[in-house]
Design a protein around this ligand. Structure first.
Ligand code: S3P
Length: 226
């Protein structure tokens, strides 16, 4: 498992533009990446790329751009879920509760990652909470954790479409709690971790820069361990 970082602090695993495109490989992860390679393509590049991370971090916008960079289709898991259910996420939470939403979320993720052709997928922020989703991500995807601090996210995560934040008088505190609980799960699934805030601080087009950076991480694999 990856070392526990704070949500905003850089770690040796985290990268941003200008760093080496190859990240140091975590012990244990290399083995899992190896099994991905066997499962879906001769060199592992046929894997789906899945963006994970907290609400408001930019998974959808970056994912769309990344899909263009990699010349493959993009799917937003939340959008697919709403299409399939014929209802919005807030309505599903309100009428059926979070557990029902999580079941749908798992079904949609399984269908997307079962696609024969490689996709770029933006996963919902809580998709990593279910063990079966994490196992599936490990088998079928190159997973990129877009990481940012609660303060950064609270300025960006629109609560109107997000039932876990809607009507919350202290969105930052809720994001802090969610991120603290989920950080070990993001770490567990991540093949690469990208600190988003430094891109916003240093680039006029941060989402384009993020997409290009992630594309490089994907195309330039880490060195095999000696
Ligand atoms: C959720 C994140 C949302 C959406 C739902 C629950 C979460 O997706 O799936 O509101 O548990 O963090 P985004 O991360 O795309 O906002």
């Amino acid at each position: 498992m990856q070392r526990a970082p704070g949500p905003s602090g850089p770690t040796p695993k985290a990268t941003r533009a200008g760093d080496s495109a190859s990240e140091p490989e975590r012990p244990g992860r290399r083995q899992r990446a190896g099994s991905n390679v066997g499962a879906v393509g001769a060199d592992g590049r046929g894997r789906h790329v899945v963006l994970v991370g907290a609400m408001g971090v930019g998974k959808t916008t970056v994912g769309r751009r990344l899909a263009r960079e990699l010349q493959r289709p993009f799917a937003d898991a939340d959008e697919q879920l709403e299409l399939r259910a014929g209802r919005t996420i807030p309505a599903i939470f309100r009428d059926d509760g979070e557990e029902a939403f999580r079941r749908l979320e798992s079904d949609v993720l399984a269908d997307l990652l079962g696609a024969a052709h490689p996709l770029v997928v933006a996963a919902g922020g809580g998709a990593i909470t279910r063990p079966e989703n994490r196992a599936l991500l490990g088998r079928r995807a190159f997973v990129v954790w877009l990481r940012a601090s609660p303060a950064f996210l609270s300025a960006r995560a629109d609560p109107t479409h997000r039932p876990l934040l809607a009507g919350d008088p202290d969105v930052t505190a809720t994001l802090e709690r969610l991120i603290a609980a989920r950080t070990p799960l993001y770490e567990e699934v991540a093949d690469a971790t990208v600190d988003v805030e430094s891109f916003h601080a240093g680039d006029e087009k941060p989402k384009r820069a993020l997409a290009r950076h992630i594309a490089r991480l994907f195309w330039v694999p880490a060195e095999a361990p000696g």
